[in-house]
Ligand binder design. Structure first.
Ligand SMILES: *Cc1c(COP(=O)(O)O)cnc(C)c1O
Length: 217
């Protein structure tokens, strides 16, 4: 199946309230343009340099989402154009995003990454750290960032019961914090292998790569 066919098939299966991020990491611009020509406008990348190279040569009505782990010293390279940063996991990083956004007279949307998996290698905050961050005086003083929700990644496993448990956990944290944070609108969870389950558990944004663009080497 072509990229266009994959994309249309996935899009037709998504409920209207769910946003599709086409994860194009490692893929050439020609592949992204095929998705663009099929109507896709939101792309997700996990390396700032690669994303910036693509941003420079591609149409300017694309929304670029950074879905990977962000190093503080690289925020400056995407501050001019990035639409949403999914993987924010510290106040220090938020402060840097705020500082760089200010230089460009922008407010940058961010998601806070929550640790839900049983894998040491994954990043994120736990519920207590999330609460501390949102209640901190520093956080409240940041005017050039807008935290619009949460993001999480389930454990890499075939065990659907476990994945479902992790997604439900994230959704319960999201609901709890939405009560006090009216700007919380977005719950980014679900990838090629588990997005249907994620949607059943309340996801509003799915990040799908290989089911659109094919496997990555
Ligand atoms: C690569 C990646 C995805 C997409 O993974 P697929 O399994 O190819 O759909 C989603 N989210 C993050 C954070 C990723 O790094």
């Amino acid at each position: 199946m072509s990229i266009q066919q994959n994309l249309l098939k996935i899009k037709s299966s998504l409920p209207s309230q769910v946003t599709l991020v086409a994860v194009s990491k490692t893929k050439p611009v020609a592949d992204l343009m095929e998705a663009y020509d099929s109507g896709q406008r939101i792309f997700g990348e996990n390396k700032i340099q690669e994303m910036t190279e693509k941003w420079e040569v591609m149409p300017k009505d694309i929304e670029w989402h950074m879905i990977g782990h962000v190093q503080t010293n690289k925020v400056k390279y995407m501050a001019e154009y990035v639409s949403l940063i999914h993987g924010v996991d510290s106040l220090k990083l938020l402060e840097e995003i705020n500082k760089q956004a200010k230089k460009h007279n922008r407010v940058i949307n961010c998601l806070l990454q929550i640790y839900i998996a049983e894998e040491e290698t994954k990043f994120g905050l736990d519920e207590k750290e999330l609460e501390e961050l949102l209640n901190s005086i520093t956080f409240k003083s940041l005017e050039n960032i807008n935290v619009i929700g949460l993001m999480g990644m389930a454990t890499f496993t075939d065990n659907q019961v476990q994945i479902k448990k992790e997604f439900q956990h994230l959704k319960s944290i999201f609901d709890k914090f939405t009560i006090h944070n009216s700007q919380f609108t977005t719950l980014s969870m679900g990838m090629s292998g588990d997005y249907q389950l994620a949607i059943d558990c309340g996801s509003t944004m799915v990040r799908i790569g290989s089911s659109i663009f094919g496997g990555r080497s």
